[in-house]
Design a protein around this ligand. Structure first.
Ligand SMILES: [Zn+2]
Length: 67
């Protein structure tokens, strides 16, 4: 079994743990169709657009609001 030869210092141990607890904020991009913020490489949750065309059909009530 591979085993560490020396005990790591408190400083080194705590530095490692400090990086494991960092919470990443998801990056957001603007939708080219409705200008709302969405996750990159994901279908827009508000208009259902992805790569310049509708991928997910909207609900009837939301379509009437757009007209
Ligand atoms: Zn959109």
């Amino acid at each position: 079994m591979p085993n560490p030869k020396k005990k790591h210092t408190r400083s080194r141990r705590d530095l490692r743990r400090s990086h494991n607890s960092v919470i990443e904020v998801p990056q957001l991009v603007e939708c080219p169709n409705c200008k709302s913020m969405r996750l990159p490489h994901n279908v827009c949750p508000s208009c259902g657009f992805y790569k310049d065309h509708v991928v997910v059909a909207q609900k009837a009530a939301e379509k009437e609001e757009a007209k």
